[in-house]
Design a protein. Sequence first.
Length: 95
Amino acid sequence: METKTTHTTGPWTACTGWVRAESGKGICYRPSTSESIQQDEADLCLCAAAPDLLAAARLTIEQHRLVRDSAPCPCRGCASLRAAVARAEGREVLP
């Protein structure tokens, strides 16, 4: 039986070069350079939002599926969300 590895549960927070889980576990570290501090902080904020964005993508895909009587929604937005969720889960992104 295959075991699926999952990400660390959110929420995650960006703070002084780190993205940390609510438990305090370090998720990722990005040291800032004097030339790109603002961009580095923006990247950390995006990383910290990942669990919330993944949950929102899954919810949107599921709600669109329910509206369509269990058929996957063919719109480009849902296709993009399905691809993003697949990447986040380490699965192959299908066209």
